[in-house]
Write a protein that binds this ligand. Structure first.
Ligand code: AMP
Length: 212
């Protein structure tokens, strides 16, 4: 089973992907997490990606696609993957389709989480991430038991550079799933739309149902 999770920044893709991966045992691949890991380790890829990420822009397709294809070529990705944050456009979607087709696989489901803009702005401001295990929290919707500390591993929580208000608006403008991307999966018959403006549990339940 190969699933892509689509939605604007702040729709809950990361949180839901973590939950779904846990429930389904699909491998969770997040290009955002991969870039952040590279930034943390100060790799060449990280230095390049950071110049785009800090501005709220997408990293160029060529770089992103190469990184993603390398990742799915490794063992562990053969049985099934939950893609989170990839693809962001039709060029990336086509590259993923081609790579999967070459192995006799395809995207079985494209899950689009939709949330209105006003709600996205409020959500992105309140996000916190564990420095050690990457678990996601939200001040208002999904707070940790102790402020600043991860419930799962006790790690320190931090806010993403690109969750600063001036960057958030750019991310919303530049990173909404383009209509052509949604049409790509609609035409393939794999698109399912999910109302993301509900409780975390309700959204998870709908996503799991859509995966079947
Ligand atoms: P995310 O965690 O998915 O919000 O990604 C964080 C940042 O990483 C984005 O703002 C982009 O700069 C970059 N990024 C993540 N995934 C992609 C992608 N598929 N294509 C281009 N840039 C990406």
């Amino acid at each position: 089973m190969f699933v892509v999770l689509l939605g604007p920044p702040g729709a809950g893709k990361g949180t839901q992907a973590q939950r779904i991966a846990e429930a389904t045992k699909l491998l969770h691949i997040s290009t955002g997490d991969m870039f952040r890991e590279n930034v943390k380790n100060e790799t060449e890829l990280g230095k390049l990606a950071k110049t785009f990420m800090d501005r709220g822009e997408l990293v160029p397709d060529e770089v992103t696609i190469r990184m993603l294809l390398e990742r799915i070529g490794r063992p562990g990705a053969a049985a099934g993957v939950m893609f989170d944050g990839f693809p962001r456009n039709v060029v990336q979607a086509q590259a993923l389709d081609d790579a999967l087709a070459a192995r006799g696989n395809r995207i079985d489901r494209a899950l689009l989480i939709s949330v209105p803009d006003e709600e996205l702005l409020a959500r992105l401001g309140g996000r916190w991430i564990c420095r050690d295990c990457g678990h996601l929290y939200h001040e208002r919707n999904d707070p940790p038991k102790t402020a600043g500390k991860c419930d799962h591993c006790g790690g320190e929580l931090y806010q993403r550079e690109d969750d600063r208000p001036e960057v958030v608006q750019t991310r919303l403008d530049k990173q909404k799933p383009p209509a052509a991307l949604i049409d790509h999966y609609r035409a393939a018959g794999s698109l399912r739309e999910i109302d993301g403006q509900r409780s975390l549990d309700a959204v998870t339940a709908s996503l799991l149902e859509a995966i079947g």
